[in-house]
Design a protein around this ligand. Sequence first.
Ligand code: PLP
Length: 394
Amino acid sequence: MKCDAEKVIYMDNNATTRIAPEVVDAMMPFLTECYGNPSSMHNFGGQVGGAVEGARQQVADLIGSDTSEITFTSCGTESDSTAILSALQAFPEKRHIVTSRVEHPAIKNLCENLGRLTGHKYKVTRLQVESDGTLDMARYEEALSDDTAIVSIMWANNETGVIFPVEKMATMAKERGILFHTDAVQAVGKIPMNLSELDIDFLSLSGHKLHAPKGVGVLYVKRGTPFVPYLAGGHQEEGRRGGTENVASIIGLGRACELAEEMMKEENNRVRAMRDRLEEGLLASVPKSMLNGHKIDRLPNTTNISFEFVEGEAILLHMNRYNICASSGSACTSGSLEPSHVLRAMGVPFTAAHGSIRFSLSIYNTDEEVDFVLEKMPPIIAELRELSPFWKAE
Ligand code: PLP
C-alpha cells in the first residue's frame, strides 16, 4: 500500500510517531531470520532471548531503573490497567483511588468501569485542575486517605503537554503507605527521568509515542512493590505477564529508547524552539486565539491553541487540504462532537474548547514546515470565521 508519508507535514506526534529508520533496521532481523521463541531451550531461541534482554537494558537506561523492574506489555493502555488492577488486588481491603480529571481514557475509562462493574465498591477521587491545567497540591494532600490503594496521575498530559509534579506527589503518597502509578506515555523520551531516585511504584510507557512501533509498551514496577499479573499464562517476563513476547517490537522499543537517550537534550531544545515559534506566530497572527495549558511546565513538543468561534473538526479538514496533520482533542476523543474532557476540566469556554487544535512536533519536523503552517493557518481560520454566525455576532 502507498500512503502520503512524503507529502504530509506531520504535527500529530502525541497521537503516534514515525518509526525511526534506525529502529526499523534493528527490528528487521527479528521479522525475518531470527524468529526463535525467546523462551525456547535451544540456542536459536536463546539468541533471541538475549536480544530481548538487551532491549530491556536500553529501556531501563532511559528511565533510570533496573532491568528487573521492566515488564514488556502490548501498549500503554495494558500497562495502565495492569498497574491499577494489581494495586487493588494487592490491597483488597482498600477501596479508594485518587486520579485526575484530565487523565487519558486508558485511566479515565478504567476507573469509571471499575465503579460500574463492582457495584461502586471503589470510590474514585478525580482531582480538579486549574485553568492552566496544573494541579492544586493542597487538594491532592486532602484526597489521600488510609483507604487509598493507589494514586494514578499522568506525568504529562497528552492534550496540553502540561507536566505534573509526580516526583513530589509520589513521595507524598509513599509517606502515607499508598502506591503511586504514573502514566508517562507522553513524557518518556521527552523529559529526563531517573526512577531509581523517585518513589514512583508503577510507570507506563508506550513504544509508538517515541518512534518505536505500535503494539508494544512497558510497565515499570519498582523492586519491592507488590505485584499481581494482569495476563496470567506462561512464565514469560518472569511470570509478570503471560504471552509470547512481541520480539521485533520489543527490540525496536529498546533501540528507540537508546536513540531518545542519545538525542534527548539537543533535539528536544530544537523541537522546543520550533514549537515556540509556531505557537508565538499563531497567537500573534490569528485574533481571538489562546494557548491552553501552562506555558512553562509543559512538554517541549506540544502546543494546544484555541481559535474561538470555529470548529476544530472544520479546521482539521481545511488543514488536510495542505496535508497538515494535527488533532482536535486527543485522537481517542476525536470522532465525537463533545469538547475534550481535558479542556472542559480546565474551564476553557465552550466557544474556545470547540475550536482547539493540538500541534505536537517531533525531531522529524523542520523549520520550513513551521513556516508553511504559519502561512496557511491564518487564512484557514479567517475563511471559517466568515461562515460562523458566532464570529459575525462578535
Ligand atoms: N496514556 C496516554 C497519556 C496516551 O497519550 C496514550 C495514547 O494516546 C495512552 C495512554 C495509550 O497508549 P497506547 O496507545 O499504547 O495504548
